[in-house]
Design a protein around this ligand. Structure first.
Ligand code: UDX
Length: 458
């Protein structure tokens, strides 16, 4: 079958896989190929059971498989046979050398650029899809420009704003699609080509175009704004706990100001996920390199408050449970960084577990999707943690529940039965404010929400 466009994506992860599956589903006349170095991951995608848990994803993938959606490890062929190449490789925070702990590790990205350079036999549009630091597209252009045989590479920036757990909905119905390009004739032509792809299902007014650097910076800025809201409400939650104010009431009142808006004001144990911390630290690094120390300090505070919130949570547990957690069993309800995903990257549950172990507590982890990842995250620990899928089994003999993830199933459990299974006095620390605190208190629990007055029987 001949296709109208031939699209390749390098990287079959949380962004590349779902995004390409949606493009394939919305554009049946395009061929969409996703390459990845990991054979196991490619096999999983090809089997119709994707290696990541994302509501609605299986169905979209199955629709495309064998029709116009292909997963493979053959990168050379992928580059040769496709004209439009998305680069969606991971860009973890550097752990070594200059910028360690702050800057993005661009080795996978550079490898992708060099592979494109090596295998391309015709001109390509190369689209930066992963979140990169500002000016990465320019560096990519420079690598690609080193070939002087009439083959051109036009580099575009097209950051992805999807959130995990709602990826398919976000991709099908995005708030906006952003395309950054050069304003040269070639740059604008490449941009229009990408606009055309999205216009298959996204209305034109939602497709924004800008220069490359605005596009790259807007992604970092968006994540900074979002994370900043969470750190702000979490900072207020600490004040609430000291003053007797209720953070849910405060968030509602503040959020009804239409200039502020009500979303992303849920006080919590802290934000996690692969993007927020990494992108904010990238922004911090960028500011420091550019000599913008005041800005860097301001941006960095958002991450520091997030760390503080996790530490505060653990200290609240310690104080409530008579200043010792040694030998006490604590059941973590959820390990994923948010509901509806099995992803645990930067999950607050990781830090909370490690801190509780420092206090010599014993940890039981339960989660409907993330137990495999949780085991990997804590693989270095020799003892002190067990993993139990069934929450009723997990809670048996525990002194406390700590809610880490807002899975709706935790709202629906039989807390009378749970109370019976626990050591008394039984405690609930609701790191997501999702449970019915009054009802739990009446059952006999001592309840410690975030940013609200605790309800204790003592
Ligand atoms: C985020 C951005 O939302 C998305 O646009 C970007 O492309 C990638 O980063 P994601 O990390 O998947 O997406 O999830 P998000 O829903 O933003 O949640 C991030 C973290 O903040 C989670 O740990 C979540 O539980 C927490 N959160 C969110 C809060 O603690 N309170 C809130 O009010 C909202």
């Amino acid at each position: 079958m001949s296709f109208d466009k031939r699209i390749l994506c390098i990287g079959a992860g949380y962004v590349g896989g779902p995004t390409m599956a949606v493009i394939a589903s919305k554009c049946p006349r395009y061929s969409v190929t996703v390459v990845d170095v990991d054979q196991g991951r490619v096999d999983a995608w090809n089997s119709g059971k994707p290696p990541i848990y994302e509501p609605g994803l299986d169905e979209v993938v199955r629709q495309g498989l064998g029709r116009n959606l292909f997963f493979t490890t053959d990168i050379a062929r992928g580059i040769r046979e496709n004209d439009i190449i998305f680069v969606s490789v991971n860009t973890p925070t550097k752990t070594f050398g200059a910028g360690a702990g702050l800057a993005a590790d661009l080795q996978y990205w550079e490898l992708a650029a060099r592979q494109i350079l090596e295998h391309a036999e015709s001109s390509k549009i190369v689209i930066e899809k992963s979140t990169f630091p500002v000016k990465t597209a320019q560096a990519m252009e420079r690598i690609l420009m080193s070939r002087n045989d009439g083959i051109h590479f036009d580099v575009l920036s097209n950051p992805e704003f999807l959130a995990e757990g709602t990826a398919i909905r976000d991709l099908m119905n995005p708030d906006r699609v952003l395309i950054g390009s050069r304003s040269t004739e070639r740059g604008l032509k490449a941009r229009d080509e990408l606009v055309q792809i999205y216009a298959n299902w996204v209305s034109r007014e939602r497709i924004l175009t800008s220069n490359i650097w605005s596009s790259e910076l807007s992604k970092l800025a968006s994540n900074f704004f979002l994370a900043q809201r969470i750190s702000t409400i979490n900072a207020i939650s600490a004040v609430c706990e000291k003053t007797g104010a209720d953070v849910t009431e405060v968030a509602k009142i503040v959020g009804m100001d239409s200039r502020i808006g009500s979303k992303f004001l849920n006080a919590s144990i802290g934000f996690g996920g692969s993007c927020f911390k990494k992108d904010i630290l990238n922004l911090v690094y960028l500011c420091r390199v550019e000599g913008l120390e005041e800005v860097a300090d301001y941006v960095e505070r958002v991450v520091r408050i997030n760390e503080y919130q996790k530490e505060r949570f653990v200290l609240n547990m310690l104080t409530a449970m008579f200043n010792t957690l040694a030998g006490k069993k604590i059941c973590l309800f959820g390990f994923a960084f948010k509901a509806d995903t099995g992803d645990t990257r930067e999950s607050p549950a990781i830090d909370v577990t490690r801190r509780l172990l420092e206090e010599h507590a014993e940890i039981v982890v339960t989660d409907p999707q993330a137990l495999v990842s949780a085991r990997e995250d804590l693989a270095d620990l020799e003892r002190g943690v067990s993993y139990v899928a069934d929450p009723y089994e997990a809670i048996r003999g525990c002194h406390a529940i700590a809610v880490m993830t807002e899975w709706s199933l935790y709202r629906e459990l039989d807390y009378r039965k749970i109370h019976d299974l626990m050591v008394k006095p039984a405690f609930v620390f609701d790191g997501r404010n999702i449970l019915d605190h009054q009802a739990l208190f009446e059952i006999g629990f001592n309840v410690y929400p975030i940013g609200k007055r605790p309800m204790s029987h003592f």
